[in-house]
Design a protein around this ligand. Sequence first.
Ligand code: FES
Length: 241
Amino acid sequence: MDRRNFLKVVAGATVVAINPSLIGGKLYAADGRLYVAYEKTQLLDAAGKPIKASSLEQEVNYVFNYPYASTPCILVNLPKPTQQDVELTAENGEKYVWKSGVGKNRTIVAYVAICTHQLTHPTPNDSFIMYVPQKTKTMAYDKSGVIVCSSHLSAFDASAGAKVLGGAATQPLSAVVLEHAADDTLWAVGILGLDKFQDYFKAFKPELKQFYNGPAEAKKLVSISAKTVKLTEFSKDLIQY
Ligand code: FES
């Protein structure tokens, strides 16, 4: 486990530092409502082999579903180390701290790919939300190397906990808390930030039926492992402005 991947949760004026060995649903439920521990889940490739952090291509969008069978998350290996201890604010005013990316150079990040504005997300048909590599232009922000939702041009800072940089979104994307193990494997362990999962389940019932055999299957919690593929393999059409 990468011991740097601990969290600081800000509750009111009190800053609570928590070592990852102490991470547990009860602990966080008491100390910070904006972190929820889910089942520790290993990221596997399409062939069922463990994803190695060092094998992730730089600036490529990967997708896995977590913590529910139907909730897509984007995984990116950024070109530079992320910022550290970034203080973020949820739309209800609660503050929380995103610790950093993981991996040898702190470049690997994962975020729930459900836009916090109006819930745009990748489907097998298309994706309007994705990380835009540094050399690709976007209309959403004056610099690329950011996550963009092209539905209404919101931009999120991939290297700073998905902080909002511009557009209609009023809070960061929820972050997937990752662990990087000593054998270079990657694990999802929880979600940080004010999530939109229940809104998503309510808004997309027909879609959940079409792609995930209905709401009950769609709301099943992921356990043990999550298949991780490139966004180009997950969605037929990628739309990016
Ligand atoms: S839904 Fe993403 S910017 Fe509106």
